[in-house]
Design a protein. Structure first.
Lengths: 122, 145, 231, 597
């Protein structure tokens, strides 16, 4: 069979969910293991965050975590929503809304990540 | 003529009432844990961002996380991330590389295995977190500190 | 043995325009089919009970319904397989017209969407059969078994939520041609299914495979179609 | 409210015969297919074993052999010109099905796979020959699906779940049908230039049957009511291997693959009755042999059933005893996997309904009512003929099990029905179109639905003095006991009387459901009327034939009598009573001989 099958958003999303998911296993699990299980919320404060992000390695790590997890999750949310939102126009509207939300939150997160914590203002 | 039907009602009836096998519940749990994790993630991104935007608020936010209900929620979150991950890995692996294993038997074992692995991974984590919660929130020190 | 049978009833014409259940205590043999019980009720107790049936041995696909909450053919489920308390309801997700009878049109419309027919006008010069090796034939054997009973599609969470999703049965029937070495329209079918309302509407919930009375590996067939699309 | 439709060709029935007719008719005329079931629910889908054609893909085979086997199988009652035509067309139509996409099983060389079936032989060696082209054990399913798929491709117009209740005839010309739409209960009049009946058989007349609930003889009964005779109804085939009590069919293909019948002494008894082909003798012979075994107390546990044994060790044991060879000359041996791949559905049936694994245990079987050799008389062009002189009724065609061409005569060979469907379905479709192209719409009578309304209104307005189900039960057991595998004068007379009585009681049948939506209560009751008419004509035709031939086996006249009875029965229903006449059998080159297997 010579392939003349087009790429569509859904076929790319299908692959994305799978490959990003696989990548999320180390990314998300290590994050959760360290922050929630080993360190724990009681040991976390703004100084802790500042210290962590002072390390470019952890900064990069958290950036990838943010990028992959959130994009994966938002596409997942879109999939669930589309089960219940029917019709091209409604779906388009939701897509736009979700996209803007995703962009906004991602930008906020990235700015914080890049600029770093400001414990001196706490 | 037809009985009035709407997809939300049908879906609710199906999700809850359909007597599916392992896959049905794995699907529901995957969805639930995925959405739960996402909800937490959104909040988490935003609250963490306060360290730059409103540093003075961060301590308040973290305080909320330290409350007992939130700590219990956190334990559930860890289960969600573990289960969703293991199950997602199962789905991804079978879908991408071993589609022949979409058989009733293999799938049954896969789903049960997924749940078992998730619980096994989760239990130690949950124990550690529970221990930390008891110490900090109730002053109970297990295993002699 | 005495069987306690609950049957879903709905008939707008007779004023039963809210779904309700009728219950019957029936003396049954463990080897009786659930269809036999329905026939008994219809023949001797209440003739207005309506459902579809024809072959009575699981090959025509008429009598798919929910039996104790799970889709099956009433003629392929024996009393001893389900026990003394039996509840029968119509398939979920297709409009109910009367009792166990649902509107099958949306289901067949989805089937027709995937070009469920051989596209190949080349005929060998000697007028005889096209050659196909047993291995090539085996490639799509599983999906040729489909009897279009709709048990799979109406057990699928994606279909309950969105009836635009073509559903597992349609994908199974597309698969039957996509992987037939004689067919020429595989790519067209893959393009049709290359969407949320096609193969990517499947979330691998697996209810379809558990429900299929022909024991078709439905989810596997869908996975193969997805792979062929992204390949 | 009555709705009117006009289509040049109207085909009633969407089984193999109806869809084949539709495919060809729609190429030349505006065609509609009306079916009381969704097309894919048609009984053709239940056919298991195969479709006969002398392709010779595995071993030497010839159209002539197929023709002779069919003539012999028919106990010389089949019309030899029609049989020759069918067998000649066979390879062509099988290839055509393949071209449409039918997924036949394949040989190593990639050709259509073939297997042995009862009554099909190498005419030189008299050994069974591989002639049945198959797609596992779901050949009928594949034919039905493939034809339906092609109809979708060719955009054939379907009226699904429309139940035809009457044929419209004006001036001796068929010009339409009346149907009720199940979903709404409304009557629809279909005005047509030609009408094709492909409504299948009537096996629901008998108690233990392989036939679907829908097999209620609607076509034959409607024709009878219109003054059209039914031909050779006394010849109804009992298939040797139905699942005990349920009647669900175990294909002859199981014996083709080497399965054998066993009595309570563990004896393979068929070699006593048919020394050459043994378990693969033709169906009437095997069913009678089984009946005789059971009568002699050799049924399993003395009961009325026997074992069909297809365990690999049994198959191999008897294959060795019989010296059976594969086509390339090696001794024939099988493994469980091979059997599993050849008859998967049968194994599934046995597991589901008998809770038996056929690879480990034998299956309990008994003869089951299976196939109507008789039906609406037609010629080899699918045209309905209405008297002993073969006068054609213009505009009316029939094909498939409802028709009697007659290619099956007194006994049908396995795989010849699917062949009959496609050959004569196609022929009927082509001729109906040809006729429609040269004809105008014949006017409808003033009130075309009058007769239908009368029948329906009676059922709807009767108080429920009689229950259809009770009458049906009595009819089925009476016919099974007295007009079954073996028949006697007294038994058949009793049956005739009983059916007459039941028909009188039927006039008082009422229904519970008086609504319009999917009133299956009403339609089931109407179908019972058809069954009773067919049963009556069957019993009357059977009593009159004082010989044994094919499926018609009489204890009081145990031999064939070519002198007097080498003729077709025609039965008319006049004022409720059955009248009989006879017509000659067409003979070409095959002289009647004694039938030994
Ligand atoms: C279990 C089984 C196995 C068999 N195996 C074989 C085999 O291996 N080889 C072989 O050659 N033969 C076999 N046969 C026989 C063969 O399958 C049938 O004789 C054949 O399929 C009949 O086809 P048909 O097209 O005439 O009718 P069907 O396929 O039964 O179609 C009848 C159609 O008519 C419609 N209809 C009927 N009445 C009405 C009405 N009043 N109004 C509207 N529509 C109506 C129905 O809806 C249906 O669509 C087998 C039969 C059975 C039961
Ligand atoms: C830890 C590793 C993870 C893996 C291996 C993984 C894997 C997957 C896979 C394969 C799917 C697709 C399911 C399908 O299409 O049927 C999916 C869906 C989803 N994921 Fe993840 N995921 C992971 C982490 C996360 C995280 C951290 C979130 C939250 C932000 C998340 C949220 C979702 C959501 C909401 C869905 C949609 C669920 C649905 O359609 O029912 N996932 N995941
Ligand atoms: S795939 Fe199975 S369940 Fe689905 S329609 Fe076909 S036979 Fe029925
Ligand atoms: S139930 Fe539905 S989600 Fe997929 S695996 Fe089956 S089609
Ligand atoms: S009646 Fe045919 S599948 Fe059940």
């Amino acid at each position: 069979m010579t392939q003349k099958v087009q790429k569509t958003y859904e076929s790319v999303a299908w692959k994305w969910m799978r490959y990003s998911g696989i990548l999320l296993i180390p990314l998300a699990w290590i994050h959760v293991l360290i922050q929630d299980v080993i360190v724990g919320v009681h040991a976390i404060d703004i100084d802790y965050v500042a210290l962590r992000w002072a390390n470019i390695g952890w900064q990069a790590y958290d950036f990838f975590l943010l990028a992959f997890t959130f994009a994966h999750g938002m596409n997942g949310l879109r999939q669930v929503l589309f089960d219940f939102v029917h019709g091209e126009r409604a779906r388009k509207a939701w897509s736009v809304a979700l996209f803007i939300f995703w962009l906004l939150v991602s930008i906020i997160g990235t700015i914080a990540l890049v600029k770093g914590a400001r414990p001196e203002l706490a | 003529m037809a009985a009035p039907s709407n997809p939300i009602r049908t879906t609710a009836e199906g999700y809850i009432g359909y007597r599916g096998r392992e896959g049905h519940y794995a699907f529901l749990l995957h969805r639930l844990t995925g959405l739960g994790t996402l909800l937490f993630l959104i909040i988490h991104i935003l609250d963490t961002s306060t360290v730059y935007f409103f540093p003075s608020l961060y301590e308040h936010a973290i305080d909320i996380y330290r409350s007992t209900p939130f700590m219990l929620g956190e334990i559930a979150l860890v289960f969600s991330v573990i289960y969703h991950g293991v199950n997602g890995l199962r789905i991804a692996a079978v879908d991408l590389w071993m589609e022949k294993r979409w058989t009733i038997k293999a799938q049954q074992m896969g789903v049960r295995g997924t749940l078992a692995i998730s619980i096994l991974l989760w239990l130690p984590a949950a124990a550690l977190m529970l221990k930390s919660m008891l110490e900090h929130n109730f002053g109970i020190v297990l295993f002699g500190g | 043995m005495l069987v306690y049978l609950r049957i879903f009833r709905y008939n707008p014409e007779a004023g039963r325009n809210k779904p309700t259940f009728d219950t019957y205590n029936i003396q049954a043999d463990p080897d009786d089919r659930v269809l036999d019980l329905l026939e008994h009720v219809k023949s001797y107790v209440d003739g207005s009970l309506s459902y579809r049936r024809s072959c009575a041995h699981g090959v025509c696909g008429s009598d798919a319904m929910r039996i104790n909450g799970q889709n099956a053919l009433a003629c392929k489920v024996l009393v001893k397989d389900v026990g003394r308390e039996i509840t029968v309801e119509p398939l979920l997700g297709l409009p109910v017209l009367k009792d166990m009878i649902v509107d099958m049109e949306p289901f067949f419309a989805s089937y027709r969407k995937v070009m469920p027919f051989m596209v190949n006008d080349d005929i060998p010069e000697d007028g005889r059969e096209r050659l196909q090796s047993p291995e090539e034939r085996a490639r799509f054997d599983d999906t040729t078994k489909c009897i279009l009973c709709a048990a799979c599609t109406t057990s699928c969470p994606s279909f309950w939520a969105d009836d635009e999703y073509v559903g597992p049965a349609a994908i199974v029937n597309a698969h039957r041609f996509i992987f037939d070495s004689r067919d020429h329209a595989g790519d067209e079918r893959l393009n049709i299914l290359n969407d949320r309302e096609g193969a990517f509407g499947c979330r691998t919930a697996f209810n379809c495979t558990s429900a299929c009375p022909r024991e078709i590996h439905v989810t596997r067939a869908i996975a193969e179609v997805k792979q062929a699309i992204v390949a | 409210m009555t709705q009117h439709h006009q289509h040049e060709v109207v085909i009633v029935g969407a089984g193999g015969a109806g869809l084949m007719a539709a495919l060809y008719a729609s190429k030349g005329a505006d065609t509609a297919v009306i079916s009381k079931l969704y097309p894919t629910r048609s009984h053709t889908g239940a056919a298991q074993g195969g479709i006969g054609a002398a392709l010779g893909n595995l071993e030497d085979d010839h159209v002539d052999w197929h023709t002779f086997d069919t003539v012999k199988g028919s106990d010389y009652l089949g019309d030899q010109d029609a049989i020759a035509f069918m067998c000649e067309q066979a390879p062509q139509v099988v290839y055509e099905l393949e071209h449409m996409g039918l997924p036949f099983s394949r040989t190593k060389e990639g050709r259509i796979a073939q297997r042995r079936f009862g009554g099909h032989t190498n005419n030189d060696t008299h050994q069974p020959v591989t002639r049945a082209c198959y797609a596992a054990d779901r050949t009928g399913h594949m034919i039905l699906q493939t034809l339906y798929q092609q109809c979708i491709k060719n955009k054939v117009h379907f009226y699904d779940e429309f139940h035809v209740l009457d044929l419209l005839v004006n001036d001796g010309v068929a010009n339409g049908v009346v149907a009720v739409a199940l979903a709404t209960g409304e009557l629809h009049v279909f005005h047509a230039k030609s009408v094709v009946f492909a409504t299948g058989g009537h096996g629901r007349v008998w108690e233990v049957t392989s036939n679907a609930y829908a097999y209620t003889g609607d076509g034959v009964a409607i024709a009878l009511r219109k003054g059209i005779p039914a031909q050779d109804l006394e010849f109804f085939q009992f298939h040797p291997t139905g699942i005990r009590k349920m009647g669900i069919l175990i294909t002859e293909g199981v014996r083709g693959e080497g399965g054998v019948l066993i009595n309570n002494e563990g004896e393979r008894f068929m070699d006593r009755y048919a020394p050459t082909v043994k378990d693969l003798a033709s169906r009437d012979v095997v069913s009678r042999s089984m009946y005789l075994e059971m009568r002699d107390g050799k049924g399993i546990n003395g009961k009325r059933y026997l074992y069909l044994d297809m365990r690999p060790e049994t198959v191999n044991k008897y294959a060795e005893l019989d010296g059976r060879k594969t086509p390339d000359g090696k001794p024939y041996r099988v493994t469980a996997e091979q059997l599993l791949s050849k008859v998967p559905d049968i194994i599934d049936f046995a597991r589901t309904y008998l809770h038996v694994d056929p690879m480990a245990e034998p299956m309990a079987v008994q003869p089951t009512a299976h196939y109507a050799m008789g039906g609406i008389p037609t010629n080899a062009r699918g045209e309905v003929v209405i008297d002993a002189k073969n006068t054609v009724m213009p505009g009316f065609y029939a094909a498939g099990e409802v028709a009697c061409v007659s290619v099956h005569g007194a006994n049908r060979l396995g795989t010849n029905s699917l062949l009959d469907l496609v050959v004569f379905g196609k022929e009927a479709g082509l001729r109906a179109t040809e006729y429609a192209q040269g004809a105008d719409y014949k006017d409808l009578e003033a009130d075309p639905t009058a007769y239908t309304r009368e029948q329906v209104d009676r059922l709807l307005s009767n108080p429920r003095e009689e229950k259809a189900a009770l009458i049906a039960e009595e009819m089925k057991s009476e016919m099974f006991d007295n007009v079954g595998v073996y028949r006697t004068e007294t038994g058949m007379q009793a049956a005739e009387k009983k059916i007459e009585e039941l028909r009188a009681r039927y006039l008082k049948v009422g229904v519970d459901d008086h609504g319009k939506l999917f009133n299956t209560d009403l339609l089931n009751a109407w179908e019972l009327g058809c069954l009773l008419d067919v049963a009556q004509a069957t019993a009357a035709s059977a009593v009159a034939r004082k010989e044994s031939r094919g499926a018609h086996a009489r204890e009081d006249f145990p031999t064939r009598d070519d002198e007097t009875w080498m003729k077709h029965t025609l039965a008319w229903m006049r004022e409720g009573a059955i009248q009989l006449d006879y017509k000659a059998v067409t003979k070409t080159k095959y002289e009647p001989m004694e039938r030994v297997y």
